[in-house]
Design a protein around this ligand. Sequence first.
Ligand SMILES: C[S@@+](CC[C@H](N)C(=O)[O-])C[C@H]1O[C@@H](n2cnc3c(N)ncnc32)[C@H](O)[C@@H]1O
Length: 345
Amino acid sequence: MSELHTPALRGAFVYGDRVKLTGPKGRLNTFTLEVDGEFHSHRGILRHDQIVGLPDASVVTNSSGEEYLALRPLLTDFVMSMPRGAAIVYPKDAAQIVSLADIFPGARVVEAGVGSGALSLHLLRAIGAEGELHSFERREEFAEIAQANAVAFSGSMPKNWTVRVGDLQESLPSALEDGSVDRVVLDMLAPWECVDVTANALAPGGVVICYVATVTQLSRTVEEFRRSGLFTHPQASETMVRGWHVEGLAVRPDHRMVAHTGFLVTARKLAPGTVLPSLKRRASKSDFSDEDMASWLPDMGAGEESETWTDEAVGVRSKSDKVLRKKVRSAQKIADQRMQDEPGA
Ligand SMILES: C[S@@+](CC[C@H](N)C(=O)[O-])C[C@H]1O[C@@H](n2cnc3c(N)ncnc32)[C@H](O)[C@@H]1O
């Protein structure tokens, strides 16, 4: 793919920029500004050249006097509306991941899986041009959707982003040198299968963060990272964001909220040979034995791929191959449209 106009993050609108219009009834429309382009609604026409040259967040009027607010879409606007193959990491969790995993400008980050690429876009922004993002995805269609989404968002495939198709466990060891990675971000069904490769890839003190959807995955992930003895004690959390309605004296929480998305587990890689001082468990009624653990997580440490853990078993709705191919075409169409919309293309 050739390079496109990279949408500006500030300044007056120029051709090739994306613009998000909010119409009279709050209806949203997002499109790319084209030479001779027009936005048609059932009540009138707005020429793209009316928007070009205006500062971000300006009001424009169409041929029938209707007013529209023109804004540059934010990363979160793009992510929430882009084509999806797999379920995405929501902005509230992406923000926490960037913060808890301490993703810094210039960091060398490994990510698996890529899914629709939502988290990848947040990670790319956090590492900046000096950083490197190495993403691994076992399903080719998902990798294609994610890359098309990145092209649609940033105008070209980011130069510091490498996407490899394959299982992290198999692909990572030959892709990157041991101890050369600052951060590992795992959003996948069974992160506990990646404990060893993660430990090998990370530099001492490096952070691993896992995003899992269910309590059973959370428990298995924490126990396997802890059992490996290669990491600090894992920390687990979830993030709830409740919107508020604030209008005059009617100030209260919103009636609806996204109550659950997933859990985050973080740990840091220990230096070679370091043995973590064990935290003595207090004997109490709530104490548990190894047999109790085995009954809770029966295949833990079995050393072979478990049949127990499937997308369906943890409640992930999987898409048929036909639906996925449709998503790939839809993501690529948007990326291609961006290329055609390029001024002078
Ligand atoms: C929920 S999706 C990731 C969503 C992504 N973080 C986003 O925000 O768009 C999980 C992905 O992990 C991939 N996956 C699962 N296990 C994997 C593994 N061992 N190696 C690489 N990819 C894996 C799946 O194919 C799926 O695309």
